[in-house]
Design a protein. Structure first.
Length: 231
């Protein structure tokens, strides 16, 4: 495959430090990972890469992580998504959920609760719990996903159908695990972040966006939230 050949050539140049200082090394490795680990199929189930590619994906993730640490990259937590997806494909569902919790908090701290990364984190958590036959937490994650992502009807039907396949073999003694994070103020013009969980007040209508003050809530309402909140 040509992608492997190009990757190996570029990787050798990076190891020998034969690249411009302006190159985003972390982004290069992440792009390769995303190519090999593409996401979800038409039924919204994660697409599993071929077994022989797994080790290469893991190596690229490790190199991306090292590059982000060296560059003090603000968006290094995006690599958590790649690690969570790889853990899912390897059947390490608890590890994947733990990584997704860190990823979700990083997203909400930096971009707020309306970022698409939150939707994907909830969707992959749903699949992890489904594979664990944890009907209660899979249902909870699906409910949160529907609330945040507002997906099309066919998406909801496909996921609810998958959830029903778990119901018969569900473990009944499992407690629901609430997803709580410290997030950024929903006003895109404000950079305030919660110092403790529950510090900011949620929008009483959607319960998705939260704000550090009434003033920020009014600003966001006039700048887009009025439309998205009513959907």
């Amino acid at each position: 495959m040509k992608a492997f050949q190009l990757y190996n050539k570029a990787d050798k140049l990076i190891v020998r430090k034969l690249y411009s200082w302006s190159c985003n090394i972390g982004a290069f490795y992440r792009s390769f990972v995303n190519l090999m680990q593409p996401g979800f199929n038409s039924d919204f189930v994660p697409i599993k890469p071929k077994h022989e590619v797994m080790a290469l994906i893991e190596s690229a993730i490790s190199k991306a992580e090292q590059a982000y640490q060296a560059d003090v990259e603000d968006e290094a937590f995006f690599i958590y998504w790649d690690k969570a997806l790889l853990a899912y494909h390897r059947g390490s569902y608890d590890a994947s959920i733990g990584i997704l919790e860190e990823y979700n908090e990083g997203i909400q701290r930096t971009y707020g609760s309306e970022h698409f990364g939150v939707y994907y984190a909830l969707l992959l958590m749903f699949h992890c719990y489904k594979e664990k036959n944890d009907f209660k937490n899979a249902k909870y994650c699906l409910k949160k996903f529907k609330k945040h992502a507002k997906p099309a009807v066919e998406v909801v039907r496909a996921l609810e159908f998958q959830l029903q396949s778990v119901k018969g073999s569900a473990k009944n003694n499992i407690k629901e695990k609430k997803i709580r994070t410290k997030g950024r103020c929903g006003n895109p013009f404000c950079l305030n972040v919660e110092k403790r969980q529950g510090q900011f007040e949620f929008c009483s209508a959607c319960r998705i966006c939260k704000y550090c003050s009434r003033k920020c809530q009014r600003i966001h309402w006039k700048n887009g939230h009025k439309e998205s909140c009513k959907k």
